[in-house]
Design a protein around this ligand. Sequence first.
Ligand SMILES: [Fe+2]
Ligand SMILES: [Fe+2]
Length: 187
Amino acid sequence: MIDLNTLKLKVKEQLPTKRYDHTLGVVTTSIELANRYQAPVESVQIAALLHDIAKYVPNDRLKELLEQANETQYLTYSPLVWHAPAGAIVAKKDYQIEDLEILNAIKYHTTGKAAMTTLEKIVFLADYIEPGRSQPGVERIRQLATEDLNVAVAQTLSDTVAYLGAKGNGDIHPDTLAAYEYYRQYL
Ligand SMILES: [Fe+2]
Ligand SMILES: [Fe+2]
């Protein structure tokens, strides 16, 4: 049984204030979404609290963690994605999280993937729309999030693919493309 307050304090020690504030925003938004879309609130909170736990781990250490876990396919894509699968590894190793759905919600919070569980969709979406976010289009997705989880996820992926395509540095991770192909049916 995990004590959420203890977990919160541990996470706070690992993150700069700005990233911890973002994390708390993701927790709040995730709880709202969990209540709206009938997801287990405790699991959602744990996944949201830990989702960026590896965000400030240096790239060479992230690389090491991914290599040890046989997740080397990530290494050919942007290092910005590495903290997500590495975060799932850290959550298991340092925070004793065994629940595969929580670990996968952490692992896929940046890329998304096709056919996500409700918990995975919630953390993915909350990361994009928590109150501290201000990217173009976020208001529309906040509104969609109150109406239909799949449509909101689809719009997030559509905006993300468009943004990454326009930025044009490096390939978009295949999980993101597969997620977009899967969820675009809801647009
Ligand atoms: Fe992240
Ligand atoms: Fe995040």
